[in-house]
Ligand binder design. Structure first.
Ligand code: ZN
Length: 655
């Protein structure tokens, strides 16, 4: 043990001094944490065991007495952990089913044993059965600028009931598997009024929050297994039945890997990005679909948000036995989801691939706190996923493109939002696990995506793209908060539209992100009344007398509009007259009732609020339009019925 400690001390120094040489000359992110892992997969025990050397630099002005680490795998330790209490169910009762992580040794760079200084804490809920956060009191506090180096020997047991991570037979998806630093937030960062560790427990609905890190990972495992990870393969050495693979990754927030003998491997390239796809051999016919969808996403986000900054990406379509690992992101590694046969008109695998790839931007690069503001990742990413799918697979057919049924990707988000427009807040700095009545998903994904589409409808697509270009430029690798995003929107809109929407866009966010109201605009009536002949003693103007004497009828026509919901947004109103005239009006949408009134030799035939479907938050499209009574002819009655039905169908299907 002693010899080993000395070795560790020497290695620590070598390790740290090596860092400036192994990273990019110009790192993309500030070097705050780094990990060197040397582990072995035991296929019989389903464990990953080994050494970790890691550093954390105190970049704050605070004197920090402790460090905090996530031990996510302990969420699978029993059915009493916070994750299982929140989601119900159980990881199983048998040792082979459970997941956990044990710390065998823990020392600092001087070799001091830190095990007696370890304490499991549950800052979120006080649950003593939860061991997913470890606090270690340092022998000496970390002063500003200090680097804390830790040496840990650990054993991770993978769970059998895969929930993102685990094993099934000889399939492994190894994520959230090593002791990982929380984020020390200096005073003023995001919402931190005073400095402190932001290190939450593992929850059922929450995802993660990390510094960008450097990873050097050596994995020894059975030689028969095909391995994929978020790093670049540096070397691969066989040794009998086993092999050792070495990876390096820079500027990513998490390092996960997978191993399975059944993978087929495809390599492709987009610009300078090397793409690797791992998929089950019985699905290789879908490789083209998968690869082209990821290239669409690369192209679209590069064009409209900013460049993809890493030289590689790996994505995995897990086999059926590992389906629980599907649909998850680890920056330069992500998992899609498919099955043996998916008809070409159903773009589900493409959608999952586009979505999970998109996280490389919003979870990987911008890397906001998903525990506290999940919408900044899932909602923003869903918005882009929907735009990409509907751009490349058809405006009305992004998700389903069949002769008899077409369905756009944005419609699927809109339909789920409008059929359940919960009045929960998207964000009130709510913790991800605190959304009541299962509203986390609806608020973080669909409602956010839908209000982002609505914002695009109001400020225009080009301004929206410029918002994201600026957001990327200002905040990539810097962990922005929701307020940072809003400031970017305000700055870009002010620059491009002046005062068109007011001094800022806060009125929009107060209602959609920080408000609970729903949006619903309605045409409540169309009135065409004949302008009656002047009678009695009047001072009728000459023009009116002339009008009356003409053979045509003069009408006063009114389009009567109503704001049914609480949300007030500017809307366009298209009014069509019987002589073919059309008028496009703009209503600020603030009053409860609004009339547009016209006088002329024409009557209003139909009125349509938001004819271009810009306000996707409007929960009821059917009441957005109205036509005047059609002729009594039976044919017209049928036509009217068909039109009403089509309107309803359109409202749920097309937009
Ligand atoms: Zn997602």
């Amino acid at each position: 043990m002693k010899i080993r400690l000395v070795l560790i001390i020497i290695l620590s120094n070598v390790f740290l001094s090596l860092y400036p040489q192994i990273v990019n000359l110009k790192p993309l992110s500030e070097r705050i944490t780094g990990y060197k892992l040397d582990v072995r997969l035991n296929p019989d025990k389903k464990t990953v065991t080994g050494d970790m050397q890691a550093f954390w630099v105190n970049r704050s002005a605070d004197t920090v007495p402790d460090i905090r680490l996530h031990l996510y795998m302990n969420a699978f330790r029993s059915n009493r952990t916070t994750m299982y209490r929140e989601m119900g169910g159980s990881p199983g009762n048998d040792e082979k089913d459970l997941g956990w992580i044990e710390i065998n040794s823990f020392s600092d760079k001087n070799g001091a044993d830190l095990i007696p200084r370890m304490q499991y804490i549950s800052p979120d809920d006080g649950n003593r059965d939860d061991r997913t956060v470890l606090r270690v009191l340092l022998p000496q506090p970390a002063m500003p600028g200090d680097t804390v180096i830790i040496n840990v020997n650990f054993e991770t047991k993978l769970p059998s009931r895969i929930r993102r991570t685990g094993y099934s037979g000889d399939f492994y998806f190894v994520a959230q598997w090593f002791p990982k630093f929380g984020v020390y937030e200096p005073a003023g960062m995001r919402y931190a009024s005073k400095g402190g560790w932001n290190c939450h427990q593992f929850h059922a609905t929450s995802e993660f929050y990390s510094n960008h890190s450097v990873y050097d990972v050596r994995i020894t495992l059975p030689a028969s297994h095909v391995v994929g990870s978020g790093g670049m393969l540096i070397s691969e050495k066989a040794d009998g039945n086993m092999k050792t693979v070495t990876y390096r990754a820079e500027d990513i927030v998490d390092f996960a890997w997978t191993a399975w003998p059944g993978y087929a491997v495809f390599n492709d390239k987009w610009k300078n990005v090397n793409i690797t796809l791992l998929m089950p051999k019985d699905r290789v016919k879908q490789a083209g679909r998968q690869l082209s969808s990821v290239k669409h996403a690369l192209e679209y986000l590069d064009m409209n948000v900013g460049p993809y900054p890493w030289p590689h990406l790996t994505f995995v379509d897990p086999p059926n036995i590992g389906a629980g690992a599907g649909g998850m992101e680890y920056t330069t590694l992500f998992t899609s989801s498919s099955s043996y046969f998916v008809p070409p008109f159903f773009h589900m695998p493409e959608m999952v691939t586009v979505h999970e790839f998109g996280h490389a931007y919003f979870m990987g690069m911008l890397a906001s706190n998903e525990f506290e503001e999940p919408w900044l990742d899932e909602g923003v990413n869903s918005y882009w996923e929907e735009k990409i799918m509907d751009t490349y697979y058809g405006n009305n057919s992004g998700l389903i493109d069949h002769r008899f049924l077409k369905f756009s990707d944005v419609s699927s988000a809109r339909v789920s939002y409008v059929t359940s427009p919960s009045r929960q807040l998207v964000s009130n700095n709510e913790y991800s696990w605190n959304y009541p009545h299962g509203t986390y998903g609806m608020m973080s994904y669909q409602k956010t995506a839908i209000w982002l589409h609505t914002l695009e409808g109001i400020i225009g697509t080009e301004t929206m793209n410029n918002v994201f270009r600026e957001y990327y430029r200002r905040w990539a690798f810097k962990h922005p908060s929701g307020r940072d995003f809003i400031n970017v929107v305000n700055d870009v809109v002010r620059k491009e539209h002046g005062q068109e929407f007011g001094p800022d866009m806060n009125w929009f966010f107060d209602q959609t992100l920080y408000g609970t109201g729903i949006c619903d605009y309605k045409v409540s009536g169309i009135v065409n009344s004949k302008y009656s002949k002047p009678e009695g003693k009047t001072d009728t103007a000459d023009a009116e007398v002339r009008a009356w004497s003409s053979t045509d009828s003069l009408y006063i026509s009114k389009a009567q509009l109503e704001r049914v919901g609480e949300v007030k947004l500017p809307v366009d109103v298209l009014i069509h007259f019987d002589n073919g005239d059309e008028v496009l009006e703009r209503w600020d949408g603030k009053e409860r009732y609004k009339d547009f009134e016209y006088k002329g030799y024409k009557q209003i035939v139909w009125v349509k609020i938001d004819p271009e479907y810009k306000i996707k938050m409007d929960v009821d499209y059917v009441n957005n339009s109205m036509t005047t009574e059609p002729s009594k002819a039976p044919l017209h009655r049928i036509a009217n019925k068909i039109m009403t039905f089509t309107q309803f169908f359109l409202s749920i299907m097309l937009l």
